[in-house]
Design a protein around this ligand. Structure first.
Ligand SMILES: [Zn+2]
Ligand SMILES: [Zn+2]
Length: 382
């Protein structure tokens, strides 16, 4: 049995690394310094291959036994958010308007701990790939890494990731086979018509009828119901129409909304209904798609490995309802690998993800490393 718990000294180093990364956050697609910091810190673990610049600033460390066997990937995310931090901690962001408020700094510290572990306990067969992935927050990163030709040569059979989760007891774990995080897509709708006098709107071309139809289509899904198969959520994030005047019938409107479902196919059907419902008007919107996230679908065997590892480590089971409503671009791995995404509690009263007061809880680093190491051990021995 491999022992995975980082020693107190190593743990202090991982916390320091997290605080360094936290203080110097970088936005999606601009994570160059973060990736360099990690490479410089982890090259001493002597990976057999270091792939830099994956789909932007992605970094993959490959520990290859040279013997046939499974290719097992563990992922952390590199990017921070365009929000001003208000945590007040000593290692708070030094960069105005950018902050690690999703805990990706903590996920990176955990994967760095895993690199140290794998460097000392080489896989007996197959290979281990530690992926520091760019651009998770926009939904673009995982798909871009999978499409990068250099990543294609790694062809992981298994892919594991964790996300910390405020609202859950600190250090508790939630995992299950099947849906782990929702599919979602952002729709940007733009209407361009023709103004008219407010007394004679029929001589213009107004977005109002089509916009009213949009409101009717999404209203039933504003506050979603239970997370069952038919789950649909539509969040209106932005809306504007016309001039701020009483004498003008409007020409222009703009709306931004996010659609959310449990499966990719349900998302496609929901989006098609919205698009079709806006077509039968004199003025219809141009619609562009943004921030598309696939649903994450946990493979039963991958979920079983995670559960077994948690049980072996005595980590208590959390009460977080799955799938989580927020999306996670790790879902892109579900199509080609046995995927396992699990959640580690950040504390019942911990500030929510993306809250300006959020800061990743350092006590999650040790169990995170221990879980990844156990999972690797189990997959390699089975
Ligand atoms: Zn996030
Ligand atoms: Zn996140």
């Amino acid at each position: 049995m491999l022992t995975a718990d980082p020693s107190p000294g190593a743990l202090a180093g991982l916390q320091q690394l997290r605080h360094t990364l936290h203080a110097r956050p970088e936005l999606s697609g601009a994570e160059g310094e973060t990736a360099r910091t990690l490479r410089n810190a982890l090259v001493e673990t002597q990976p057999d291959q270091v792939i830099e610049g994956l789909a932007g600033h992605g970094l993959a460390l490959v520990y290859d036994s040279g013997a046939p066997g499974p290719s097992v990937l563990f992922r952390a995310e590199l990017d921070a958010l365009p929000i001003t931090e208000a945590s007040g901690v000593p290692h708070a962001s030094r960069r105005a308007g950018v902050a690690h408020l999703c805990g990706h700094d903590g996920h990176m510290a955990i994967l760095a701990g895993m690199a140290r572990h794998v460097g000392q306990h080489r896989p007996p067969r197959g290979r281990v790939v530690l992926l520091f992935q760019p651009a998770e927050e926009t939904g673009a990163g995982a798909r871009a890494v999978l499409a990068d030709p250099r990543f294609g040569t790694l062809a992981p059979d298994w892919a594991f990731a964790l996300h910390n989760m405020p609202g859950m007891e600190l250090g508790h774990i939630t995992v299950a086979p099947g849906p782990a995080s929702c599919a979602s897509v952002g729709l940007h709708l733009r209407w361009q018509g023709r103004e008219a006098h407010a007394a004679t709107p029929e001589s213009g071309l107004s977005p109002a009828p089509s916009l009213a139809a949009l409101m009717a289509l999404i209203a039933p899904h504003a506050i979603p119901g239970a997370l069952t198969g038919g789950f649909r959520q539509a969040t209106l994030c932005h809306l504007s129409m016309g001039a701020r005047a009483f004498g003008i019938a409007p020409a222009r409107a703009e709306a931004m909304l996010t659609l959310r479902t449990i499966t990719d196919s349900a998302l496609a059907a929901f989006e098609a209904e919205i698009r079709n419902g806006l077509q039968s008007f004199d003025l219809s919107p141009d619609i562009s798609r943004h921030d598309h996230f696939n649903a994450t679908d946990n493979d039963p065997q991958a979920a079983a490995h995670i559960t077994r590892a948690a049980t072996g480590l005595g980590i208590p089971e959390g009460d977080f309802p799955l799938p989580m409503r927020p999306s996670e671009d790790f879902g892109a791995f579900s199509a080609t690998t046995r995927t396992g995404l699990f959640f580690l509690g950040s504390g019942r009263d911990h500030p929510a993800l993306h809250d300006p007061h959020y800061d990743f809880p350092d006590p999650l680093i040790a169990p995170g490393v221990a879980l990844f190491a156990r999972i690797m051990d189990q997959v390699m021995r089975d």
